[in-house]
Design a protein around this ligand. Structure first.
Ligand SMILES: Cc1ncc(COP(=O)(O)O)c(C=O)c1O
Length: 397
């Protein structure tokens, strides 16, 4: 099939849910991918924050190939050794005591919502407080707690018992709490919302308020967790711990996997039969995730995210001085946003034509989520391409 045929056939047989770029990606290695015409790209979006260890990392490939020959799937009717090892490892390196495995970020958040409601049910508390400009997934429950109407249009009504308050505004949170509130959910760094970072005083204040009121703090680290921000978990930047945490994107090294982590007292609200997932934590996904966590440690990728992210953001600030088009550079580690006054989509296109893949979040914010294995030379090349693309677009505006 030619590239043109693939695109035409895709348009006929797939549901039209995505605005796809007319590229067919066929191969990936490290920080690079190649399209069906053989053109090479620096991948600074990495499957939307999934490929932290790079494409086709040999350890992930080896783990998946090895496990495929042993047992691909068996279901949670039985015990799965690799699932136990992975849960123990996630608990060892976090605040959590217990884990529920699923297959995506939305599912990890669904489990978090159900767990918080079950925990609150003994005192009749069911309301969830969420943030404006947040994103928590595309299932009905997670859309219902997503604070951006553009994703919700046409899909309501959603479950009742959800309130939204402005991000980074503690007094509004306080006013939003009621005796029926069971949990507050937020992303420490809003990803789809345009790389908006929670203030330290906000998260610390929120933790205190939750403790005072007996309300659970749920952190959605689906996009910002597992090393991306220069800490294994983004909450570590804030000196606080959540009661429930969700992770997904990079966890399986590219293999679909989500996880909901919680403290013992909260996790034990779930009883057998309360929640389940056929594929959740299956042996193949767990083998990939264990390899991912090993690579993260062995290659010091969390530290590298901090170092290289610092360098990258510093250089982006320099570029900002040159272009009036740029409003702000934001982020932590290698989760980086550059907000423009206009023209972000055109910049993304110009970058792509020059061999750099990035995307837009929240309209005018350029989003950079490169693999954590990215080298300084790759960053420098990406910066050159970005500057050329900004120049082209600035000349047209
Ligand atoms: C913060 C956050 N939560 C949840 C999700 C949903 O994850 P998934 O697409 O794996 O369901 C995303 C996806 O972008 C996300 O960024």
């Amino acid at each position: 099939m030619t590239t043109k045929q693939i695109i035409e056939r895709a348009e006929r047989c797939l549901m039209p849910t995505y605005t796809r770029i007319p590229l067919v990606i066929e191969k990936g290695q490290g920080v690079r991918v190649w399209d069906s015409e053989g053109k090479e790209y620096l991948d600074f979006i990495s499957g939307i924050g999934v490929m932290e260890v790079g494409h086709c990392h040999p350890e992930i490939v080896k783990a998946i190939q090895g496990q495929v020959k042993e047992l691909i799937h068996c279901s949670n009717l039985y015990h799965i050794r690799l699932q136990v090892e992975l849960a123990e490892e996630l608990c060892r390196c976090s605040f959590a005591d217990r884990v529920f495995f699923s297959n995506s970020g939305a599912e990890a958040n669904e489990a978090a919502i159900k767990l918080a409601r079950k925990f609150g049910s003994s005192r009749g508390a069911f309301e969830i407080l969420s943030m404006e400009n947040s994103f928590h997934g595309r299932t009905l429950a997670t859309l219902g707690i997503t604070g951006q109407t553009k994703y919700q249009k046409g899909f309501g009504p959603f479950a009742s018992g959800v309130r939204f308050v402005p991000f980074n505004d503690l007094s509004q949170v306080e006013q939003g709490f009621s005796s029926k509130t069971c949990a507050v959910i937020l992303e420490p760094i809003q990803g789809e919302g345009g790389i908006k970072v929670a203030d330290k005083s906000f998260l610390q204040g929120l933790r205190q308020l939750c403790d005072q009121e007996g309300i659970l703090l749920i952190l959605d680290e689906v996009q910002c967790g597992l090393g991306r921000t220069g800490r294994l978990f983004a909450y570590e930047h804030y000196g606080i711990e959540p009661d429930i945490l969700t992770v997904a994107k990079p966890l399986g090294g590219g293999f679909p996997m989500g996880a909901t982590l919680a403290r013992e007292e909260v996790a034990n609200s779930f009883q057998p039969g309360d929640h389940a997932s056929t594929f959740g934590g299956n042996p193949l996904a767990c083998a990939a995730a264990l390899a991912f966590l090993r690579v993260l440690v062995e290659e010091r990728l969390v530290e590298k995210a901090e170092e290289r992210g610092g360098y990258f953001r510093q250089q982006l600030e320099k570029i900002k001085e040159e272009f009036h088009l740029i409003k702000e550079v934001r982020g932590k580690g290698l989760m980086v946003g550059m907000e423009l006054y206009s023209g972000a989509r055109e910049v993304v296109k110009e970058c792509r034509e020059r061999g750099l893949l990035i995307n837009c979040a929240a309209g005018n914010t350029l989003r950079f989520l490169p693999p954590l294995i990215v080298q300084k030379e790759d960053i420098n090349r990406a910066l050159e391409i970005l500057a050329e693309s900004l120049r082209t677009v600035a000349n047209k505006i």
